[in-house]
Design a protein around this ligand. Structure first.
Ligand code: PLP
Length: 400
């Protein structure tokens, strides 16, 4: 008897499938707009210079060894993450009310966070329509019930604040609401500061618990502080909440798997109990985090010199992405490509939700070697000053 014969084929992950199809394409003119990873203007992956320097330092540091880290990771990493997210002078940092643990990337932080929610809070989880596909899968696996809130308006290609507020004002008390801090994936559409205040209002009134996903700090406005407005404002308004954080993009540490989970509690006493329970979740998932990524991040965050170098390099990256947005929009206009493309420069972060149909996306891939999600999501980081013309010519053909 065949032990696994009852299994059916599970669907392949859409983003990884596109990544592999791109790799397998032998065309010289292929364009990778699938995965959310930064590429230089020469279409090359980028390792931060400051990261390379610290890696050398770590290799040659005789005080380091391979002993287990604490379940919650490196203390200096956790402290540095709190400062980066909440701000250096935020009284919360010294209050002892924030529980933080180093996690395996943003995905690891989300999984740990939702496992914690499942065990200790329950409640439905409201997710934006659409959201990053892995949110839906993680919630499904953890066994939490999901409800969509409208979020994206396909007509304006912007944020539908009214529909979101209407939906949330009907939510059952104690529900969890998953919010993207900035540079929403896949739409590139973020609430304004005023709209965040309205969201906070409805969360207060309905007693909803914010669960923030922060995977792109620095990529929306180009300013680290401005991009985390929502988290700092909600904290100032007295919310107890959860934040999953990723360093994959803003430090280019994709394969090091480094991120963090923060739980903002109401008192130091409760924080101690929350931490003990969070550690139970982590211990039974993977015991404790790996060290290298955490060491790199903590050295950047705890050393002024390295911190400045990091910010400078990040500015170059975010600056290039922002430039590619206007370049793409200008080229589409110059070639008189059918349709209105203003949303490309209104949306922010890594992605543009182009409005292209799945059939048009398929045609881009099959006929023009352009790789993107079938939802029409395009990674701006894959566009370069050299490939933009070819891309726009291909778009012109498929929208005709
Ligand atoms: N959250 C969002 C919205 C993302 O787009 C991503 C990565 O693409 C993540 C979380 C997690 O990133 P990672 O697990 O690679 O750190």
């Amino acid at each position: 008897k065949n032990l696994f014969s009852h299994l059916t084929q599970a669907p392949s992950d859409a983003i990884f499938a596109i990544m592999n199809a791109y790799k397998a394409d032998t065309s010289e003119n292929k364009i990778d707009l699938g995965v959310g990873a930064y590429r230089t203007d020469e279409e090359k992956p980028y390792v931060f210079d400051v990261v390379k320097k610290i890696e050398q330092e770590i290799v040659n540091d005789p005080s380091l060894n391979k002993e287990y880290l604490e379940i919650e990771g490196l203390p200096e990493f956790n402290k540095g993450c709190q400062i980066l997210l909440f701000g250096k002078d935020n009284p919360l940092i010294t209050s002892g009310r924030i529980v933080t643990a180093q996690c395996l990337g943003g995905t690891g932080a989300l999984r740990v966070g939702f496992d914690f929610v499942k065990r200790h809070l329950q409640g439905d989880v409201y997710v934006s329509n659409p959201t990053w596909g892995n949110h839906n899968q993680i919630l499904d696996r953890v066994g939490l019930n999901q409800i969509n809130y409208p979020y994206y308006d396909p007509i304006t290609k912007g944020f539908n604040c009214k529909a979101t507020l209407d939906c949330l004002s009907q939510a059952k008390e104690g529900s969890i609401i998953l919010l993207h801090v900035c540079a929403h994936n896949p739409t590139g559409v973020d609430p304004t500061e005023d709209e965040w205040l309205q969201i906070a209002d409805v969360c207060k009134t309905r007693n909803l618990i914010p669960f923030f996903d922060c995977a792109y700090q620095g990529f929306a406005s180009g300013c680290l502080d401005k991009d985390v407005f929502a988290v700092r404002k909600f904290a100032e308004l007295g919310f107890q909440m959860i934040i999953a954080y990723s360093f994959s993009k803003n430090m280019g540490l994709y394969n090091e798997r480094v991120g963090a989970i923060h739980i903002l509690t109401s008192s130091q006493d409760i924080a101690t109990k929350v931490l003990s329970n969070l550690k139970m979740v982590i211990r039974t998932l993977y015991s404790c985090p790996p060290a290298i990524g955490g060491r790199i991040v903590s050295r950047i965050l705890c050393n002024d010199n390295y911190y400045q170098q990091w910010v400078q390099e990040l500015n170059v990256i975010t600056g290039r992405i922002i430039k590619m947005r206007s370049l793409l929009k200008n080229e589409l206009d110059n070639l008189n490509v059918q349709g209105n493309w203003d949303h490309i420069i209104k949306q922010t972060g890594f992605f543009t939700f182009t409005g292209l149909t799945p059939q048009q996306c398929d045609q881009l891939t099959q006929d023009h070697h352009v790789y993107l999600l079938r939802s029409g999501r395009m990674s701006m980081a894959g566009i370069t000053s050299k490939n933009v013309k070819q891309l726009v010519e291909a778009i012109k053909i498929v929208v005709q």
